[in-house]
Design a protein. Structure first.
Length: 202
């Protein structure tokens, strides 16, 4: 089966007409940090969406299929501060689980985090039993920073520095100039070229 292609768009109030159903499916929430403790109506979901959309410390996105614009899940960046944010992803439609959509959504979310929000670090908190999500974030370059019996905390640096001949490669997920002028180069010649989303400085 071909992998379904997706895109992200800002979450909208009218999304409550779909997402309230997901709130009432315990299978969607079994691997998350919180789950509804009562039946969620469409009106309750709309009130929640209005509340989170007014919160300047979060960015909320809808995950949609390219083929038909179907809204199938959510992607969040929350607790945005000091160049960092926490990510949350869920696919609300069980028929679309285990198809690589979560990994696609994460990659798109990190591009937004770096290019639009100028963030440097994304943090992911994942239940130890959620093997699919763990594989997804590890595939995308996260590394583990803490764990207990129930949760694993991982981080992804949106800017990395690697050797490049006589200089370094700066992967420009974030503001290249901020990194350029904070890095002490070992030689006096600073030649910059850009290729494949990276800067090579030597």
């Amino acid at each position: 089966m071909a992998e379904a292609k997706i895109y992200l768009r800002p979450l909208q109030e009218e999304d409550s007409k779909v997402s309230f159903r997901w709130r009432n499916n315990p299978e969607v929430w079994k691997n998350t940090g919180s789950a509804p403790n009562c039946f969620i109506t469409e009106e309750m979901e709309l009130a929640w969406i209005k509340k989170v959309l007014s919160d300047s410390s979060t960015k909320r996105y809808a995950i949609c299929l390219e083929a038909n614009d179907q809204y199938i899940g959510n992607a969040y960046l929350s607790n945005i501060a000091n160049g960092r944010a926490e990510e949350q992803i869920f696919i609300g439609e069980p028929a679309l689980w285990n198809q690589g959509i979560g990994t696609q959504a994460r990659a798109l979310l990190y591009k937004i985090a770096a290019d639009e929000l100028q963030l440097s670090i994304v943090v992911s908190n994942i239940r130890t039993r959620n093997i699919a999500s763990l594989k997804s974030v590890l595939k995308l370059g996260f590394h583990e920073v803490a764990r207990d019996s129930e949760w694993i905390t991982l981080e992804k640096n949106l800017v990395s520095i690697e050797p490049c001949g006589g200089g370094v490669i700066l992967h420009c997920w974030n503001d290249f100039l901020a990194i350029l002028f904070s890095y002490s180069f070992p030689n006096t010649t600073r030649q910059v070229s850009c290729f494949d989303g990276c800067f090579c400085v030597g």
